[in-house]
Design a protein around this ligand. Structure first.
Ligand SMILES: NC(=O)c1ccc[n+]([C@@H]2O[C@H](COP(=O)([O-])OP(=O)(O)OC[C@H]3O[C@@H](n4cnc5c(N)ncnc54)[C@H](O)[C@@H]3O)[C@@H](O)[C@H]2O)c1
Length: 338
């Protein structure tokens, strides 16, 4: 399979330009690319223009690529015309399986043969979305490139192919997103919801259960994360965070100590059986991630980050409109109990 050299691409196409597609357009423009857009809505151009105007100051603050031009986009009424000259396609149409199947088949028919086509889907496996394209032998360049809102600010893109996607196309997409400055997770297996949405969804569903059962209020749930674990996650994810909670014994001690709690009803999501194999895989993964840094190194890095993050969050809370001020005791600034 011959795919377009990444560094030769100066023009990309965005199919669907709502919240996510429009965010992609803004990001590509900031990377110095020209963008050709197809969206059937009669107000698409107007909305896109507003989205880019709103996003541009943030993108400017992040740093624009040489030659970046917020006006270097065009909107087209014909799909084939929009794809003409594009070296990469990002599809961000509504989350509707039948629509995605028809659209991706149409894009695969019209796009140049050496162009990779990526979908922003929040959770459909590419094998399902590519069903129609596969009947015509056109599914080998179709990949998932799942972003997070707003795609012009959040670095993560999850990349995964379907059963009919060529491995080279998945590799190409991962390289492409890295090339344009994204943080890429290349998945080897299709899982509905990918990785980040599954994690987010587990928390979201438990939160809804807690509100539904009167176990917690909406405000308590939000504060539980923003003033609790959320402060650690920007620097160390949930795995490394728990490894440090195991003290110098790390994740091995954490699992041996708290393993039995997995059977306690602390969440409505059942835990897998903590087999020796699972224990060893988690311990080894944390060791890999620590990459030779000692427990003390990791604690020092975490503590420094939490202090900086708390300071920044404190400043933001006092300046952002509608922000709730809190002091370190958890009381609200008006003196009411938290
Ligand atoms: N909103 C999010 O937080 C988020 C995050 C990650 C991924 N996604 C995924 O991104 C995709 C787009 O979601 P969104 O939130 O931007 O939706 P949206 O409703 O804001 O935008 C969808 C756009 O697609 C256009 N459209 C409708 N039919 C089309 C067609 N046949 N071909 C091309 N465009 C068409 C619409 O006019 C609209 O502008 C979905 O697959 C969604 O699951 C959304």
């Amino acid at each position: 399979m011959q795919l377009r050299p990444i560094d030769s691409i100066d023009t990309v196409a965005c199919v669907g330009a709502g919240t996510i597609g429009g965010g992609w357009v803004a990001y590509f423009l900031a990377r110095g690319l020209r963008v050709r857009v197809w969206d059937p809505s009669p107000v698409a151009a107007e909305k896109l223009s507003r989205l880019i105007e709103t996003a541009w100051p943030a993108l400017t603050r992040l740093g624009l690529a040489d030659g970046a031009d917020k006006d270097a986009w065009s909107i087209h009424t014909d799909l084939a015309e929009a794809l003409d000259g594009a070296g990469f396609v990002q599809e961000s149409a509504p989350e509707d399986l039948t629509m995605k199947q028809e659209l991706l088949a149409g894009v695969a028919r019209a796009a140049a043969e050496d162009v990779v086509i990526s979908s922003s889907t929040s959770g459909y496996p590419m094998t399902d979305m590519a069903a129609l394209a596969a009947e015509e032998g056109l599914a080998d360049r179709l990949v998932v490139g799942h972003p997070f809102n707003p795609p012009y600010l959040i670095p993560l893109v999850e990349v995964v192919g379907g059963e009919r996607t060529a491995p080279e196309a998945v590799d190409w997409a991962a390289d492409w997103f890295r090339f344009i400055g994204k943080s890429v997770i290349k998945m080897d297996r299709e899982v509905p919801g990918f990785i980040a949405n599954r994690l987010q969804e587990a928390l979201w569903r438990e939160a809804l259960h807690m509100v539904n059962e009167g176990e917690a209020t909406v405000e308590q749930i939000d504060r539980a994360i923003t003033d609790g674990p959320g402060l650690r996650w920007p620097i160390q994810g949930p795995m490394l965070t728990f490894a440090l909670a195991g003290g110098e014994g790390g994740m091995a001690h954490m699992l041996d100590h708290f393993g039995p709690s997995l059977l306690s009803p602390w969440t409505r999501l059942d835990a897998p059986e903590l087999t020796q194999q699972l224990r060893d895989a988690v311990v080894a993964g944390c060791d890999d991630e620590a990459d030779g840094r000692s427990f003390q190194d990791l604690v020092t890095a975490r503590d420094a980050a939490i202090i900086d993050i708390r300071r920044l969050v404190g400043e933001l809370r006092s300046t952002l409109p509608g922000a709730v001020e809190r002091d370190g005791t958890g009381a609200q600034s008006d003196g009411s109990a938290a």
